[in-house]
Write a protein that binds this ligand. Sequence first.
Ligand code: AMP
Length: 280
Amino acid sequence: MKIAETIQEVREQVKEWKKQGLSVGLVPTMGYLHEGHKSLIDRAVKENDKVVISVFVNPMQFGPKEDLASYPRDFKRDSALCENAGAALVFHPQPEEMYHEDFSSFVDMSTLTGGLCGKSRPIHFRGVCTVVSKLFNIVMPDKAYFGQKDAQQLAVIRHMVSDLNFGIEIVGCPIIREEDGLAKSSRNTYLNEKERKAALILSKSLQKGKALIDAGEEDVEKIKQTITEKLESEPLAKIDYVEVVDWNTLEPVEKVEGPVLVAIAVYIGKTRLIDNFIQE
Ligand code: AMP
C-alpha cells in the first residue's frame, strides 16, 4: 500500500490505474479509524479494483470553538488498518497541501445545510462540501463511500454530486455500533467512564422513537417528545436537537408518511454526539 502526502502523487497513481482500466473507490475520513470506517473500506474494496482512503482532519469544517486541535489522531494505526483492509493508497496531506495561502473558493449549498447539525455548526457543511469536492477532483473516483452515521452529510454530498455533475456514484453505508448500541465515533474517545455509560441514552432514546413509529404513530410532535423525555432522563445529557425531517429534502415534517430521518445531537459533558435512524 502506498502513502501519498501530495496531490501530485495521488494524481499520478490514479492516472496509472485508469490507463490500466481499473476502477477506483474513495473513502474520505478524518482518521482515528474504527470499525465504522472499516465497514466503508471493506465495501469499497469489494466493489472497486483500487481503493483510496483519505485521512485528513479538515480545518475548514470546524468552527472556532470546536475541537480541531484536540481531534484524535493516530496515523500509524490508521495506515496499518487501511493496509490490512486491502486499500491501495492512503492520501494523508498536510493542511497547507490542501489549502494554499491565497485559497478563496468554496462550495456552499443553499438548501439542506441550514437545519440539524448546520444550525449549531453554521460553517460546517461549507467546509465539508469544499474538501469533498477537492478530494473528488484529486482522486476522480468511480464511487465514494459515506456513512449514514453522518446522515445529513450523506444527503448533502448526494445533492452536491447531482448539482455539480461530479459523475461519481455515492454509496451510503449503515451505522456501525458498539455492542451496547452506541454508534462508533472517533469522538467517543473523549468520554470518561461515566460519560461513556451516559452516552447510551442516544441509541436508547432513538430505539424508543422507532418502536413508537413501528407501532403506527405518525405524529412527529409525539415522537419527538418521547425521544426528548428519554434523553432528559439522563442527567449528563444536554440536547442540541431532536428532529424528524423528510429524508430527501431534510425539511421538517409533521407526519411520518414517506421516508423520514430521525436525528439527534446531544452533548454528553463537553462531547457532542450524533445518532439517527431512517424510517423508509
Ligand atoms: P469521519 O472520519 O468521522 O469524518 O468519518 C468518515 C466517514 O466514516 C464518514 O462517511 C462517516 O459517516 C463514516 N462513519 C463514521 N462513523 C461511522 C459509523 N459508526 N458507522 C458507519 N460509518 C461511519
